[in-house]
Design a protein around this ligand. Structure first.
Ligand code: HEM
Length: 374
């Protein structure tokens, strides 16, 4: 596959192979150790924010495990369960604002629910001050656009780094018991190097926000496009979890999370990936792979018995925030459709414009009418 900047990478799209490679120590995300050509692409490359991110996402082996352990305790199922009531309260307040729309008026559910809810949750977890939140959300949205020109890429990266530096500075001046505070604490007697602190803040806030906002937008849109399932959710005969899981299978928010590299030559049934060559894993593909889900893989059907997917990855880099993302989406659906059982798309059957990115999969807007009948 040819990536921006004329870089050629192997794209892995079949479920079985993808699972195998994600669990294989011959595949690494560490660009310094395992991608000899990494300095041939410039920092104005649209993928550089993710590919050269200084954090455990791009580390290998024991170093990856050691750094990842710093954040995982905050995302266990028990910790996430304890957060649910406050997330629900926030979702309810946002839905109440949507419900206040006049009869027949259109509301964009991405802007009015998915975005503010996910941004609020991640900013609360990391103690992002109020006056920085909107600025951070705007630049996070901009960096996933893979169609922008090099000058714009550099300007966005500067803005992103400025926001994160401001956050780190603020937290040093105002220590608090939040996840940024945890990252500032030394572990094994060593503080996290500054570049890793900024990179880890970017990884956690970016991964926590940009994916979950699209999961909610995709799941809400799928229900509105299939009002029979919406009615069953409202009546209590379809669980929101099933809708979330089917949405993850059919429309995964993270299509690709570049890049990986072959640590040594890898022979895939006669196809040779040479040591040092870049590999792009298509997290968006397995859910629709007919070998995995043979029954109408392209259809939205929350009743299907098996909804297997790799939307949260697999192996050493499996998503840290999977329980949190699932919980936020389930709560958003429950609150939205309990308060607004007649919520409908503004224009039935209209294709929605998508985020201009091959990394992220979601609609730019989800226009809906909260009170269609008035
Ligand atoms: C629906 C929501 C989400 C989706 C679809 C998603 C998807 C993914 C995927 C596919 C990966 C694997 C990347 C790879 O192996 O290359 C990943 C990793 C990661 N995710 Fe998520 N994610 C979601 C929510 C979250 C949330 C809420 C957080 C944190 C607050 C988070 C934090 C992370 C982190 C830190 C990693 C890197 C793990 C590592 O390198 O060890 N994600 N995510």
């Amino acid at each position: 596959m040819e990536l921006p900047g004329n870089l050629v990478a192997w794209a892995i799209t079949r479920h079985e192979l993808l699972r195998e490679l994600l669990g294989d120590p011959r595949v690494s995300r560490d660009f310094r150790a395992h991608w000899p050509d990494h300095d041939r692409v410039g920092h104005d490359w649209p993928l550089s924010a993710l590919v050269f991110l200084e954090s455990f996402l791009n580390r290998y082996g024991e170093e990856h495990r050691r750094l990842r352990r710093k954040v995982t305790p905050a995302f266990t199922p028990g910790r996430i369960r304890r957060m649910e009531d406050t997330v629900r309260e926030r979702a309810r307040a946002l839905v109440a604002d949507i419900a206040a729309a006049a009869p027949g008026r259109e509301v964009d559910l991405r802007a009015a629910l998915a975005r503010p809810l996910t941004m609020w949750v991640i900013c609360e977890l990391f103690g992002v001050p109020e006056d920085l939140r909107e600025r951070l959300g705007t630049v996070m949205d901009a960096v996933v656009d893979t169609t922008v020109e090099p000058e714009e890429v550099l300007a966005q990266q500067m803005e992103l780094l400025t926001c994160l530096e401001l956050l780190a500075e603020h937290k040093r001046a105002h220590p608090a018991e939040d996840l940024t505070g945890d990252l500032l604490l030394p572990s094994d007697g060593e503080p996290l190097p500054h570049a890793d602190l900024i990179g880890t803040l970017l990884l956690m806030i970016g991964a926590g926000y940009e994916t979950t906002v699209n999961l909610i937008a995709n799941a809400v849109h799928a229900l509105l496009a299939h009002p029979g399932y919406r009615d069953r959710l409202v009546a209590g005969s379809l669980a929101a979890e099933e809708v979330v899981e089917e949405s993850l299978r059919l429309d995964p928010p993270a299509k690709y999370v570049p890049l990986r590299y072959a640590v040594e030559d890898i022979d895939l049934e006669g196809v040779l990936i040479r040591k040092g060559e870049p590999i792009l894993v298509a997290f968006g593909a397995p859910g629709r792979d007919p070998d995995l889900n043979p029954d109408r893989p392209e259809a939205f059907d929350p009743d299907r018995a098996s909804k297997e997917h790799l939307a949260f990855g697999h192996g050493a880099h499996f998503c840290v925030g999977a329980h949190l993302g699932r919980m936020e989406a389930r709560v958003a659906l429950e609150e939205l459709f309990t308060a607004l059982p007649e919520l409908a798309l503004s224009e039935e059957g209209r294709e929605l414009d998508r985020i201009p990115s091959f990394l992220i999969n979601g609609p730019l807007r989800v226009p809906a009418v909260p009170h269609p009948t008035g």
